[in-house]
Every structure is written in C-alpha cells, then in structure tokens.
Design a protein around this ligand. Structure first.
Ligand code: GLU
Length: 423
C-alpha cells in the first residue's frame, strides 16, 4: 500500500461529508510538480556516490509551496508526495497563506561526516534551486534535518541568487535569521491543541498517564512541556526501543542520559538510572510494543504508519496526539473510531512547526525580529482558532476530528479555488 493512497482516502472521506467541488478534489489528488535529482558526492574515502533526492510541489493555491526536507534511508517519491499533500492541508487548516511541498534525500545522515553532509545539502540545493525561492517554495527541517542544515541551504541559495535570500528556507539558527520559538513550535502547537481538548473534556493532567513514541525534535520537547503542566509520562521510546514505568519517568533526566548514550535503550541499561522514580516498576519495550501499553494519551512523534489495521485493536490509550505526519492509517482510523479513541490529527496537531516557519518568513521579509513572547502569543492564537474551527466542523458534520480537519482545510482551499477560476 502506497502512503499517498492514505492521503487520498482521507481527502475522499472529507469530500464525502462536505459539499466539495469535484474538480478541486481531482486537482488535490495529484501534485502540481515533482522533481527527482541525482546528487554525485565525492566521499572522504575517495569513492563517488550518487544520492537520490526529491522535491514535490503539491499545491500553491493559498501561497508559496512550503514544507520540510527529510534525510532518511526509506524516503521515496511516493512518501514525499504524501507528505507534500499533507503540507497543503496543514497550512490550510491553520489558515496561513502557504501551499504544500516536501523534499527528501535517500540517505542515513548518521553514516556521513559533517563535511559530506554539507556537500550533499549544498549540491541538492544547486539542483532544485531553479524551482525554489522565498516567494516560490520554502523548505524547512523535517526528520533528520536541523537548523545547521537550514543555514547551509540559506547560504548556498543566496550565493546562487547573488543576494541575501535567506527567506528561501525556515528553521534557521537565530544567528542566520531564524525565529525564536521555531525549535519548540511543533511540540508547543500540539500542546496548545491538546490543552483545548483536555479542558473541554475536563481532563486533569496529574491523573493522566502519557506515552510518547519518538524522542527527537518533537517528542523530546513535548515530553518536557507536558511534564511541566503536570502530566505523568509513563513511557518513552525512540527508533531503537524504549522504557515503560508504571509510576512515571523523569524525562528531563532521560533526555540528559540520551544525549550521552545516543538512545533511550542505552539509558535503560545503566546502573544509575536517575530518570526513574524510586519505586518505579519498569519494563524495556520495543518502539512498536510501547504503542500497546496502558495509558491515557499516546503521543506519536516518530514516523508514518505506526498504528495500522494490524495493531489498532490493541491500543489502550483514550486520546492520540499526532505530532508525526501520517502515523495512523485510514484502516486503523476506522478501528480506533469504533473503540471510541479520539485522534487529534497530524495536520492540526503538528501544524505549530509550519506556523512558526510562516512567522520566520514574515520576519525575514520585513527584516524585523519578534520576541519569544510575541511568537508564543501568535502561535497560541493560530492553534486555538484552528482547534475551534475543526471542533465546530466535527459537530456540524457529525464526524471525527480527522475528517473535520480535512473539511476545514479543503473548505479554505476551495474558497480560493472557486474565486480564482477553475482552470
Ligand atoms: N517538517 C515540518 C512539518 O512536517 C515543518 C514544515 C515547515 O516548517 O515548513 O510540518
């Protein structure tokens, strides 16, 4: 099953409940442009390696294409198309004037030296430069890419453009024109939305047990934010495995340990595990196994296709917060619905990242930089409005939050589409 089929199913589920324009649905069902590049790199051992890269521009009805670049061994064109379409819908759901795009390179960046990684990034940008730009298509970080890589992109593109064009990319370090609050934006946006839902249903953080799958950019930060509010984090995992402790984990200590050990699993093997509470009963679990453990909220902050038709029935959480893109398949969705499990969908839950990316674009264009407080207020405002619209649509159409989020997004794109003419 191809990942983009999941996206198409989600779009058609939404189109069925709303009065969707059938021409628009056809247009959203394929990307506007897809590019494949072959990037030759002279490695430090003297060999020449060719890396395959992609950039997909799904739709730009609402504004310039926008979306991250992923470095991963499992990247392929189909995945990048699906991720680019989710970006179109994500930007629309939070009401920012941007379209959707995504990029990727088939590579395990951990196997490259820093200078090989820099060469690969710069050459990839040289190859896609004709189709990106501050007003055309603006990349950002995604899985295994970070602010340092974004700084290389801004520099390389500016050299090619012959002028300062740092607005070509977001997620840059502050010193290179980044925005305050961008690092924590995905997690923070998810927490704002979760808080709204938690208030609606009267959830008490101190009595709520949370499991987090993924302990990287988004998962690591969400752990801290939730712990600060008073939630009890009982399980954490990364791609190598995880730990589940019935009485809770001190995730800041665990993060400290992971920085040294490299993995969560490495920390479960140590004698002096300071991140566990005294009387904790703990179990070492796999990255898949942790999904099925007892908890109230399951935060998915790793990769796509984590909850599928195969394991959905074993999920014990009552609420799922999707900080990753596409972590729950449409088949799983049906099972979760029947079980009464509420999924706060990716295109809403993780939209904080691209929202602060948009703020970064505004700051770069105006050459005027905002305080952390200003970013936080505007992010909270954007996420709160999006939550309210999605939740109102869920009631209006009698559907779950995922369908409602897609409806909200498609309605917004449709407004522009019908007004600008159909072809
Ligand atoms: N990669 C992030 C996402 O999937 C951020 C995209 C961006 O900031 O453009 O939403």
């Amino acid at each position: 099953m191809f990942l983009f089929e999941n996206t198409l199913k989600q779009i058609s589920n939404a189109a069925r409940v709303m009065s969707a324009d059938s021409d628009l649905i056809k247009i959203l069902s394929c990307p506007q442009r897809k590019i494949e590049v072959n990037i030759p790199i002279k490695m430090e051992d003297g060999t020449l390696k060719i890396f395959q890269g992609f950039r997909v521009q799904h739709n730009n009805f609402l504004g310039p294409y926008k979306g991250g670049i992923r470095y991963h061994e499992q990247v392929d064109m189909d995945e990048v198309i699906a991720l680019s379409a989710w970006m179109t819908l994500k930007c629309a759901v939070v009401g920012i004037p941007l379209g959707g795009g995504k990029g990727g390179i088939i590579v395990n960046p951990k196997l490259l030296s820093e200078s090989e990684l820099e060469k690969l990034t710069r050459k990839y940008i040289d190859l896609i430069a004709p189709v990106i730009g501050p007003e055309t298509d603006v990349p950002a970080p995604d899985v295994n890419t970070n602010s340092k890589i974004m700084a290389w992109i801004a520099d390389e593109y500016s050299k090619l453009a012959g002028k300062d064009a740092k607005g070509v990319v977001t997620g840059k370090p502050l010193e290179a024109g980044g925005s305050k609050g961008r690092d924590s934006a995905t997690a923070q946006g998810g927490v704002y939305v979760l808080n709204k839902y938690a208030n609606e249903i009267g959830l008490k953080p101190s009595e709520t047990r949370v499991i987090i799958q993924g302990f990287g950019n988004a998962g690591g930060i969400v752990a801290k934010l939730l712990e600060d509010i008073g939630y009890n984090i009982v399980g954490v995992s990364d791609s190598q495995g995880g730990i589940f402790c019935d009485s809770g984990i001190n995730t800041s200590e665990l993060m400290q340990c992971k920085k040294g050990e490299g993995t969560v699993k490495g920390c479960t093997l140590r004698e002096n595990i300071t991140h566990l509470k005294d009387d904790a009963k703990c179990e070492v679990v796999t990255n898949e196994g942790i999904l099925e453990k007892e908890c109230d909220i399951l935060v998915l902050a790793a990769l796509e296709n984590q909850i599928t038709g195969k394991n959905a029935d074993n999920i014990k959480a009552k609420i799922i917060l999707e900080l990753a893109n596409g972590p729950v398949t449409p088949e799983a969705d049906e099972i979760l619905n029947k079980k009464g499990i509420v999924a706060i969908p990716d295109i809403l839950a993780n939209a904080g990242g691209v929202t602060v990316s948009y703020f970064e674009m505004l700051q770069n264009a105006g050459n005027n930089y905002w305080s952390s407080e200003d970013v936080a207020v505007k992010l909270k405002d954007t996420m709160t409005k999006a939550w309210e619209e999605v939740s109102a649509n869920a009631k209006k159409y009698g559907c779950n939050l995922r369908v409602a989020a897609f409806v909200t997004a498609i309605e917004r794109i449709q407004g522009k589409f019908l007004q600008q003419g159909k072809s």
